[in-house]
Design a protein around this ligand. Structure first.
Ligand SMILES: C[S@@+](CC[C@H](N)C(=O)[O-])C[C@H]1O[C@@H](n2cnc3c(N)ncnc32)[C@H](O)[C@@H]1O
Length: 234
C-alpha cells in the first residue's frame, strides 16, 4: 500500500535554482549532445527498446470518455518511442528533452509535439501518463525525490507513470559515472519502488528486459516499472 501524499509535498522545492543543479544539468546536456552527435545513441532503437515500448503501451491507463489520453515523454531523445506512444495509443503526446534532437517517424494516430527544456521546469498538466525511459537514472541522487514529486504533481489521480532504469545486478546503488561527469546509476528495484511509493504512487506492474550487453562482467538488464498515482489528501 503506498503512502498518500499531500498537495504541499507535491510542490516540495527541488534545489533547481542552485548552481550545483545548473552545472550538472549542463554536463548532462553536453554529454548527450556528444553521444547523439556521434550517432552513439544505441539506446534509441532496436529490439530491446521495442520490448520496453510494448510493456509501456500495455501499462497505459484507459482513455477517459470522449477524449484522447495526454502523455508526457520525459527525456524523449530522438522521439522514436514518443511516436510509438502516439501511434499505439492514439494519444496526444508531448516529447520533452534538454536537446532538440528529435526526428520522429510519421504517425497515423494521435498527435506529437516536442518541447526543449528541463523536466523539473516543465509545468503542463494534468497528464494521464508519464513515461521516463532512461532519464531518471542520469539525475543526481539528491534530485530523485524532487523528480518523482514533480512528476506526481503533473499526473492526474489514477494516471500512470512508467519508468525504465538500469537494474543493479548486486542490489547496490552504484554510479557508473562517465568521464564527462554524467551519472549512470544502477538502481535496486526496492529503492525505486520505495521512492515512488513515498511520493504517492503505487506499483501496478514490472518487467525486466535483458539488454544483451555485458559491462564490467555484469549482464545488464533494464527494469521497467509502472506506478499509479493515488488520491491526493485534501
Ligand atoms: C538515455 S536517453 C533516453 C532517450 C529516450 N527516452 C529513449 O528511450 O530513447 C536520456 C535522455 O534524457 C534527456 N534528459 C536528461 N536529463 C533531462 C532533464 N532534466 N530534462 C529533460 N530531458 C533530460 C537527455 O538529453 C537524453 O536525451
Amino acid at each position: 500500500m503506498s503512502a498518500q501524499v499531500s498537495e504541499e509535498s507535491l510542490h516540495e522545492t527541488s534545489g533547481r535554482e542552485t548552481e550545483g543543479y545548473r552545472a550538472y544539468r549542463q554536463q548532462v546536456q553536453d554529454s548527450f549532445q556528444q553521444w547523439y552527435g556521434g550517432n552513439r545513441d544505441s539506446w534509441s532503437g532496436g529490439g530491446v527498446k521495442a520490448t520496453v515500448s510494448e510493456f509501456i503501451l500495455g501499462s497505459a491507463p484507459a482513455a477517459e470518455r470522449g477524449r484522447r489520453r495526454r502523455i508526457l515523454d520525459i527525456g524523449c531523445g530522438r522521439g522514436w518511442q514518443t511516436a510509438r506512444l502516439a501511434d499505439g495509443l492514439d494519444a496526444d503526446v508531448v516529447g520533452l528533452d534538454l536537446l532538440d534532437v528529435w526526428s520522429p517517424p510519421a504517425i497515423t494516430h494521435g498527435s506529437l509535439r516536442f518541447h526543449q527544456g528541463d523536466f523539473l521546469g516543465f509545468a503542463e498538466g494534468p497528464m494521464d501518463m508519464l513515461v521516463d525511459s532512461g532519464c531518471l537514472h542520469h539525475q543526481r541522487q539528491e534530485d530523485w525525490r524532487p523528480w518523482v514529486l514533480h512528476g506526481a504533481s503533473l499526473l492526474r489521480e489514477g494516471g500512470i507513470w512508467a519508468v525504465n532504469i538500469f537494474l543493479s545486478p548486486d542490489g547496490e546503488i552504484t554510479d557508473k559515472r562517465l568521464s564527462d561527469g554524467r551519472s549512470n546509476w544502477w538502481l535496486p528495484e526496492d529503492l525505486v519502488t520505495g521512492l515512488f511509493e513515498s511520493c504517492g504512487l503505487s506499483l501496478v506492474s514490472r518487467e525486466v528486459v535483458d539488454r544483451n550487453f555485458q559491462y564490467e562482467g555484469h549482464w545488464l538488464q533494464y527494469l521497467t516499472l509502472a506506478f499509479r498515482r493515488e488520491q491526493v489528501e485534501s
